[in-house]
Design a protein around this ligand. Sequence first.
Ligand code: HEC
Ligand code: HEC
Ligand code: HEC
Ligand code: HEC
Ligand code: HEC
Ligand code: HEC
Ligand code: HEC
Ligand code: HEC
Ligand code: HEC
Ligand code: HEC
Length: 326
Amino acid sequence: MDARSTRRIRRSGFALAAMIAMSALLFKTPALAAEPEAAKKTEPAVKERIPDVLAPSPAPAPAASATAAKMVGREVCATCHTEKAEAFDKTFHGRKSLSNPKLANACESCHGPGSLHAESGDPTMILNPKKLDSGAAAALCMTCHKDKALMMWKTGAHANNNLSCVTCHSVHDGEGRKSLSKGATDTCLTCHKKQKTDMRLASHHPVPEGKMTCVSCHNPHGGIEGNLKADSVEEQCSKCHSDKLGPFANEHPPVADSCTNCHAPHGSANERLLKQPIQMLCISCHRSAHGGSGPTSTQATTFKRERCVDCHKDIHGSDRSPFFAQ
Ligand code: HEC
Ligand code: HEC
Ligand code: HEC
Ligand code: HEC
Ligand code: HEC
Ligand code: HEC
Ligand code: HEC
Ligand code: HEC
Ligand code: HEC
Ligand code: HEC
């Protein structure tokens, strides 16, 4: 059995213990009792509730006659929508419509054949993606976009909360290659206020400094766990902190289980993004450490003075010491 599968087994055993402990906590918290979704998943993190501002608008079916329409080409659309067309040419899709066959029909690649609308100027004779419900708008974009990053879309938290592609992307007014209405981080912070606050705490990832963005870790289009780019928290973190995950001869089980057992990913008032001050953090799991067998008086005073990690330096795991000392 290799080190990786050993870790997996320990991981699941540990997760189970954590779940049992957590379920006791969950049912004590009134906020969570009102939110069966979160309770069902038995996830340790308390989820932020985002107001339901995103209820889908009813989808007006495109006028039946529009299906009988024919393609007329960009120049015809531009006669009436001059500004819109000129602005569109400068966008990423606009530029790509000159070279990429998928966009050969320019405006009508997305809006559908427009002859009937172009003759009449009747807005009900053309498809306006803004008026589609979130599922239909996403389906429109996904006729061309089936990238790997979008594979999880339908099962993701965003699709299930009625976000659609055009909530974040604007193919007409968006910035840059990704056609975003705002920068990647600002896009997220319009809705995720808790993370905005967390990122202002003393210890945080350098997102506010612009050295990282929310999408350094997250895939806005969904993911297996927590909309992360990797399949699990510890794999995500170890993309940049590979030395922490091991495998080690002596593993510290909560590390391989999830970095978030000890660290808050977004920010913390404690040093090193720790969820609690170090002593309290360690003692939350090791209540009887040194005490179980009765610490000597020297040890007792030492512990008041020294941080646990002053001695247990290789806290993420060690090849040398079963006590993570150096
Ligand atoms: C004869 C002028 C004319 C032409 C040509 C024309 N449009 Fe329009 N279009 C209008 C008018 C008028 C409206 C309704 C007022 C408005 O929203 O600006 C409109 C509205 C729209 C809307 C919004 C519909 C809604 O539900 O609000 C879209 C999308 C649109 N046009 C796309 C196109 C496309 C794509 C083409 C080329 C195939 C095109 N138009 C050609 C005049 C025109
Ligand atoms: C890649 C897909 C795509 C292409 C190509 C495209 N549009 Fe759009 N268009 C959209 C989407 C999505 C919306 C609605 C949301 C938005 O404004 O971003 C929209 C909205 C519009 C509207 C209505 C704006 C409003 O305020 O309701 C008009 C008019 C329009 N497009 C015209 C055009 C014209 C003219 C072209 C070609 C020069 C064009 N579009 C090319 C996707 C596209
Ligand atoms: C008719 C096909 C088509 C439709 C529909 C379409 N796109 Fe695109 N899109 C393209 C093409 C082609 C490219 C350029 C791909 C390339 O050459 O890299 C592109 C590029 C993009 C990119 C940048 C991709 C990258 O790799 O950086 C984004 C973001 C994007 N589209 C979003 C959207 C959104 C959101 C919608 C729906 C409103 C949409 N697209 C609808 C064809 C389409
Ligand atoms: C919650 C906001 C959000 C939603 C909703 C969203 N996107 Fe994105 N999308 C982003 C951001 C942010 C990026 C830039 C990612 C990066 O730079 O790594 C992106 C990137 C992309 C890209 C470029 C490829 C990539 O992964 O970098 C495509 C294509 C794309 N989005 C299409 C879509 C489509 C299609 C939908 C709807 C099914 C959609 N997006 C929904 C925020 C969003
Ligand atoms: C328009 C509002 C909106 C925007 C913009 C938005 N989100 Fe969300 N996001 C939501 C909602 C609603 C949920 C579901 C909340 C819940 O689970 O309580 C969610 C959930 C999430 C989750 C939790 C996923 C899970 O499975 O637990 C993550 C992570 C996330 N969003 C990241 C992002 C990132 C990164 C961006 C920017 C690229 C972003 N969001 C932009 C509304 C938004
Ligand atoms: C260093 C990586 C990283 C960065 C950067 C990051 N996140 Fe997260 N985020 C995580 C991890 C890990 C989780 C927990 C996932 C889990 O436990 O399933 C998470 C969870 C979330 C959740 C679900 C609720 C929660 O707090 O557990 C939301 C919403 C979220 N992130 C939004 C954001 C936003 C918005 C940004 C940018 C301001 C951002 N994240 C930046 C790693 C990151
Ligand atoms: C995209 C790369 C990246 C990912 C992914 C990432 N980090 Fe970081 N991390 C950084 C950078 C950059 C710093 C800041 C280093 C510095 O300031 O010297 C940092 C710093 C830290 C620190 C030290 C903070 C301090 O106050 O000194 C901790 C702890 C940390 N990360 C934990 C995590 C955890 C846990 C995860 C997974 C949820 C994670 N990181 C994912 C890039 C990343
Ligand atoms: C059992 C609790 C615990 C777990 C689980 C844990 N850490 Fe830590 N981590 C700590 C403590 C305590 C410190 C502070 C050590 C110090 O200050 O000497 C730390 C410090 C760090 C630092 C900053 C200091 C440095 O050495 O660069 C990074 C980065 C980090 N951890 C990443 C991770 C990653 C990645 C994971 C998951 C693979 C993880 N941690 C899991 C307790 C933990
Ligand atoms: C989330 C719970 C958790 C946290 C927090 C935690 N540990 Fe552990 N630790 C464990 C588990 C589980 C073991 C495996 C041994 C066991 O089952 O008792 C372990 C093992 C150890 C060991 C190896 C000795 C032994 O009993 O096998 C040391 C030393 C240790 N931890 C120190 C620390 C220190 C110091 C901290 C604080 C930085 C800390 N731990 C935080 C759960 C935790
Ligand atoms: C002065 C150095 C030092 C400090 C400070 C220290 N330890 Fe230890 N710890 C050790 C040594 C050495 C061992 C190896 C066996 C022994 O002597 O008990 C050990 C063993 C352990 C063990 C495994 C044996 C047991 O008693 O369960 C745990 C768990 C542990 N320490 C947790 C902690 C925690 C939690 C803290 C902080 C409150 C801490 N240690 C502070 C040196 C220290």
